[in-house]
Ligand binder design. Structure first.
Ligand code: FAD
Length: 388
């Protein structure tokens, strides 16, 4: 069972890569642990940056996004001193987000990939990976099996097996637990404000993000290790009301909570993100906290870079881009990590263990004031927020 490029994982990374390679007539096989129904229903990201929209559009993958996605150019910051909006679409490079739920994008990408003649097997869990021979072993309902490629793309997310196939002696891992957790909530309710809203409160951070006309995502900072089941609908809406300061700014449009899960804000990057015939893409290469909505955008960026490099190697016998895949991606990954880290510091108060909480509070206040008043700071924010 041999293919040219064997891809592990049918998330945004694996599916964009598969589609771009199929467009060049390159054989691909994607092995995916979940069922098609499962991956097409898994609600996660929603904010696609300008580069993601470009990649999808240029490669003929944007029909759904262009039809159903919504452009978004403003965010708001709310705290005890009031609220201000940043119209980032008119700042920095003048770029906007496209709001399009990740599971809708994944659904589109699967359909297009199959249309392009790509092979995709659901319900197949890869258990062993050999980066030298580009061989994997897997299990599925019918037993076990083996597949081999000329190249292997590890697109199996942050808990996948492919990153473990790089020998420990060859790789440096940079991992950080930011010590912060969010209760990520999906509600069957229209958005309450026109803009993405970040609310800072002594109880913790709260966020509001539109997903579609009927669905809104909210985040609540909670103690790490908190049990999502302890958050009833009533408790979620009450706490959102407090942190969003509805007394001052008006009520939230409520509806049933359809999903609640705890997301720990963590970063986990390995360097290099390639070894022998194996190349890592997306969360498998670098996990990033959702504070700046960069994860899916990095996955799409890396998938395009790797697709170009593999195409050069396979169609022109030119390995240069492939050899420097890691060196091309890692500086961009770190820029995103740096901005995400900056956002974490902006959105969250000092943790209880911080020695001088007053100092940290004052710094955060100053950072927010600067973002409200300083055009250069706003331009930096806008470029980093939508760009990669
Ligand atoms: P994944 O989407 O995780 O896909 C990996 C695939 O590999 C999965 O389908 C999995 O089933 C499969 N797999 C795993 N192990 C195996 C195995 N052993 N064998 C076979 N298959 C396997 N990012 C943004 O850019 N913007 C946002 O607004 C945003 N919001 C987010 C909100 C939340 C609540 C969360 C959790 C994440 C958010 N992200 C956001 C991050 C984004 O969802 C991820 O970065 C993105 O899914 C990464 O894509 P990927 O293809 O690398 O990995």
């Amino acid at each position: 069972d041999q293919t040219t490029v064997l891809i592990i994982g049918a998330g945004p990374a694996g599916l964009v890569l598969g589609n771009l390679l199929r467009a060049k007539g390159i054989d691909t096989l994607i092995l995916e642990r979940g069922s098609r129904e499962h991956v097409q229903a898994r609600a996660r990201a929603g904010f696609l940056g300008a580069n993601s929209a470009r990649v999808l559009t240029e490669h003929g993958l944007a029909a759904g996004m262009l039809h159903n996605g919504r452009l978004h150019d403003t965010c708001a910051f709310r705290d005890a001193s009031g609220e201000f909006e940043l119209n980032y679409g008119k700042l920095g490079r003048g770029e906007m987000h496209t709001v399009y739920p990740q599971h809708d994008l994944v659904t589109d990408l699967i359909a297009e990939y199959l249309d392009r003649g790509g092979e995709l097997r659901f319900g197949v869990t890869v258990t062993d990976v050999d980066a030298e021979t580009a061989t994997v072993r897997f299990r599925h309902a019918g037993g076990t099996g083996e597949a081999r490629g000329r190249f292997l793309a590890g697109c199996d997310g942050s808990n996948g097996v492919t990153r473990q196939a790089i020998p420990a002696a060859r790789v440096t891992r940079h991992a950080r637990d930011h010590g912060i957790a969010w209760l990520a909530v999906l509600t069957q309710a229209p958005q309450s404000m026109a803009a993405v809203t970040y609310a800072m409160h002594d109880n913790g951070f709260a966020g509001h993000m539109a997903r579609s006309p009927e669905v809104t995502r909210y985040y609540l900072q909670v103690p790490p290790g908190d049990d999502p089941a302890a958050w009833t609908d009533e408790r979620i809406w009450a706490e959102l009301g407090v942190r969003m300061r509805v007394d001052q700014f008006g009520p939230l449009r409520q509806g049933p909570v359809t999903e609640r899960r705890i997301v720990h804000l963590r970063s986990d990057i390995i360097d290099p993100i390639q070894h022998a015939r194996l190349f890592l893409v997306g969360d498998a290469a670098s996990l990033i906290s959702p504070s700046a909505a960069k994860g899916a955008n990095l996955a799409i960026m890396e998938a395009e870079i790797l697709a170009g490099a593999l195409t050069d190697a396979l169609t022109r016998d030119d390995d240069h881009a492939l050899a420097s895949y890691s060196r091309t991606c890692l500086p961009r990954i770190w820029r995103a990590q740096e901005f995400s880290h900056w956002m974490i510091a902006l959105l969250h108060g000092p943790t209880r263990t911080e020695p001088d909480a007053g100092f940290e509070h004052a710094l955060r206040r100053a950072r927010l004031d600067s973002l409200r008043d300083c055009r250069a700071h706003q331009d930096f924010f806008a470029e980093s927020y939508v760009g990669i």
